[in-house]
Design a protein around this ligand. Structure first.
Ligand code: 5AD
Length: 337
């Protein structure tokens, strides 16, 4: 098993059955995490990129079975930030030193591409990168957003198991999701995707397929998080995802896509007080602190008890593991420049 991991570390490639073999075997976890950490160090260095997350609307037309802001959850107070509020929050983040602003929302079509373009142009007056995470749109809409100056886009595939995808995403189309991702790549966005770990019925084989899909897309960023059960969703009686399995998928992703950006996700920290640090020592190199207004944060409840980032604690924690906060935008190729 160690030979297999060594091979992946050198060649950045594994077959589906090899990935499954590693996922199945928990006796090699430490070796896997250490190897992914070494690849991260070689290709990304010790700097950790911070991305300031703004959750600007919790209104969503989708009805994903795991998500707390799904359309059928009537038990939430809906909000939509005004253009000026979004720009104000972004400027606050920029003044605080953030070099990337992530604008995230439910799939809220109130925010037409042209309207978002105005917001993007305003924020881009500062020297900052913008990531969008607003869901599925047409090629033409994505094009408007790119031309307005957006740099990156996050859209998780969630799972590449098409049957499971259908079950988890009522009235959504797997082919369209893939179309979105390839359109985003084509348009020149740094494109991020990723998976939920621990969906009911998800197999290790499908997780291996997920990783191979990241490679096929040549994803620039991968966000991986364990499922955290939300009581107001159809999955309310299911178990949370397995943090260690999620970190294994993260580590394997680092071995196979050595130079991409990989966040230590909030869902990992939510399941374990050291979740973020564990991920940072198993291949991750990005953290996404949430800077949304407090009154909105509590209504952006994708899952319960979302962990937050304490900046000075983060600084100390990073120092303790030989890492430091970067003051750069952190594009995929930044380190190589
Ligand atoms: N637990 C963990 N992650 C979730 N997401 C949505 N709902 C949950 C949940 N209950 C993730 C999805 C989505 C991202 C923004 O949040 O993967 O892409």
């Amino acid at each position: 098993m160690q030979n297999l991991i060594d091979k992946a570390k050198k060649e950045h490639s594994l077959t589906k059955s090899e990935i499954v073999k590693i996922l199945k075997d928990n006796s090699v976890n430490d070796y896997l995490f250490k190897s992914a950490d070494e690849v991260r160090k070689k290709f990304k260095g010790d700097e950790v990129y911070l991305r300031a997350l703004i959750e600007f609307s919790n209104i969503c037309r989708c009805n994903c079975c795991y998500c707390g802001i799904r359309r059928d959850n009537k038990n939430i107070e809906h909000y939509r930030l005004e253009k000026d509020e979004i720009i104000k929050l972004a400027n606050f983040a920029i003044q605080s030193g953030y070099k990337t602003i992530v604008l995230q929302s439910g799939e809220d079509l109130f925010f037409k591409a042209n309207y978002l373009a105005e917001i993007i142009k305003e924020i881009k007056k500062s020297d900052v990168a913008i990531t969008l995470s607003i869901g599925e749109r047409t090629f033409e809409e994505y094009k408007i957003l790119k031309e307005a100056g957006a740099d990156r886009f996050l859209l998780r595939i969630e799972t590449t198991d098409e049957n499971l995808y259908k079950k988890m995403h009522p009235n959504m189309d797997f082919a369209n999701r893939k179309r979105c991702l390839f359109d985003l790549k084509k348009l020149g966005f740094e494109t991020g995707t990723g998976s939920l770990i621990g969906l009911p019925g998800q197999t290790l084989e499908s997780l291996a397929e997920d990783i191979l899909f990241y490679k096929e897309l040549d994803a620039d960023m991968i966000g991986i998080g364990p499922l955290i059960v939300h009581p107001e969703t159809p999955l309310k009686d299911e178990k949370n995802g397995d943090l260690i399995l999620a970190i294994k998928v993260l580590a394997l992703t680092r071995l196979l896509l050595p130079d991409i950006n990989i966040p230590a996700t909030t869902a990992m920290e939510t399941l374990h007080p050291q979740g973020r640090i564990m991920a940072l020592q198993a291949g991750a190199n990005v953290i996404m602190p949430n800077i949304t207004f407090e009154k909105c944060k509590k209504n952006y409840e994708i899952y319960p008890n979302k962990a937050s980032v304490n900046y000075s604690k983060l600084q100390t924690d990073l120092e303790n593991i030989g890492r430091k906060i970067s003051n750069r935008k952190g594009y995929r190729k930044d380190f190589l420049k």
